[in-house]
Design a protein around this ligand. Structure first.
Ligand SMILES: [Zn+2]
Length: 435
């Protein structure tokens, strides 16, 4: 790419950056937690329509994706889980195609008194934008859109087809990205600006969610010796799961991308519920577990071991032996994915293009990093033979309180993305451009 074009694209990003922050603030003000994404998706669809994209909006139909690899089980039907994709077809079609993907769903904000200001009333202070979802990953959605705008401002369009995706369900299943695949959206590469500090994600873990249901024999607390306490029965099971976590993290089980990490796989007891009354021995308890797996580790084998660990621990417990727990899978059934293992020429070319763009935007070499979470990249990489580059701005406390994203970082990522698009897809003149 010509230096002149790089400069023009960067200038165009700078010129629109105040509007980009306004757009990000407005998007972050939509409280798009699971089940509440509609107004944010409406906002995205309007932004794409205004820019002349062909907009496709549809509600995910579980029956259409249930049979596909990468599907994660869900409890209940999908009510109003709506994806938005904006398509811009190239006039000449001489370049490579690209998916720009981001997720609109955000994790719950948690107790409001833990926030310094309301999570869905975004504010800018000291060069950061604060608000739930601002970093994870509405800043990325805005960067994708305004990177494309920068080309338009230069009188140019990508010379390959571009698919701008705003998907739901990233934070619990990935079924939003899967539904895009099932609907036929494929391309030569995908870019996902998740907030990992301007680093290229070289590998990501898989994630499994499950619930453990315990049933006890209800009795008055005065006769607790004769009743089985379902909440206390959970404790040895949790201990056994943590011992399994320790084994899975052992040095001999780590693939190369994670060899240096002592504890990449984290088991989290994320929720627990049980009992009905302070003076009644609890008759039931349910706890929710998130466990990670390495790229290459089989989900089915992992599930078998998880079930074995729980049942073995239950059989050692006097009460549980007679009332074995039920294990219910809901949410993530995500395999790990390693871009580093993709030796195709296309992956090499996509990474090289991003390295060049990142260097031009930041003056620094692109650092690669294996992350201890999952992203929607796995759908493109594992099930569509499409190299998926996860590269986005610096954010902090993305699932915590006072989530924030650094605006200078957003600016650099937007510039890098604009240059990446121009390089990867090539550019063509907009024929009816006025200037
Ligand atoms: Zn995210």
């Amino acid at each position: 790419m010509q230096d002149d074009l790089k400069t023009r694209l960067c200038d165009a990003v700078d010129a629109a950056f105040d509007r980009q922050i306004d757009f990000l603030s407005e998007l972050t003000a939509h409280p798009s937690t699971r089940g509440n994404e509609q107004s944010a998706q409406e906002f995205m669809a309007r932004a794409l329509t205004d820019r002349g994209y062909d907009v496709d909006r549809w509600q995910i139909d579980v029956e259409e994706i249930r049979h596909l690899p990468g599907f994660s089980p869900v409890l209940g039907p999908y009510e109003d889980a709506v994806n938005v994709v904006g398509t811009r077809r190239a006039r000449t079609g001489t370049g490579r195609s690209l998916i720009l993907n981001g997720h609109i769903d955000v994790v719950p904000e948690g107790p409001l008194d833990m926030w310094d200001s309301p999570p869905f009333e975004p504010r800018v202070e000291g060069g950061w934008l604060y608000g739930r979802g601002g970093g994870d990953m509405k800043a990325g959605l805005a960067a994708n859109l305004f990177a494309l705008d920068a080309l338009t401002a230069c009188g140019l369009a990508p010379a390959g087809d571009v698919f701008y995706q705003s998907v739901v369900e990233e934070e619990c299943t990935g079924n939003g990205a899967l539904a895009c695949l099932a609907r036929g959206y494929t391309a030569d590469a995908a870019l996902i600006p998740e907030p990992f500090s301007e680093r290229l994600v070289s590998a990501q873990l898989g994630v499994i969610w499950f619930q453990v249901h315990l049933k006890g024999l209800p009795t008055h607390v005065a006769y607790a010796g004769s009743g089985a306490n379902a909440i206390e029965a959970a404790i040895p099971l949790i201990r056994a799961l943590h011992e399994m976590e320790h084994r899975w993290n052992a040095a001999e089980n780590r693939p190369g991308d994670y060899a240096h990490m002592e504890h990449a796989l984290n088991l989290n007891i994320g929720r627990i519920e049980g009992g009905d009354w302070t003076s009644s021995v609890p008759a039931w308890a349910v706890f929710d577990v998130r466990m990670a797996i390495f790229p290459g580790q089989s989900i089915e084998a992992a599930k078998t071991e998880i079930e074995q660990v729980i049942l073995d621990a239950a059989r050692e417990n006097d009460f549980l032996r007679n009332s074995l727990p039920d294990i219910v899978y809901h949410g993530f059934h995500a395999e790990g994915y390693a871009l580093s293992q993709d030796s195709s020429a296309r992956a090499g070319a996509a990474i090289a293009a991003l390295e060049t763009a990142h260097h031009a935007a930041t003056g620094e070499a692109l650092v690669r990093e294996a992350i201890t979470a999952t992203t929607d990249a796995r759908f493109f990489g594992l099930y569509a033979d499409t190299p998926a580059l996860v590269y986005g701005p610096r954010a902090e406390a993305i699932h915590g309180f006072n989530e924030r994203v650094e605006l200078d970082s957003v600016r650099r990522v937007t510039k890098a993305t604009a240059m990446f698009i121009a390089d990867w897809c090539g550019v063509e003149e907009i024929q009816d451009a006025t200037g």
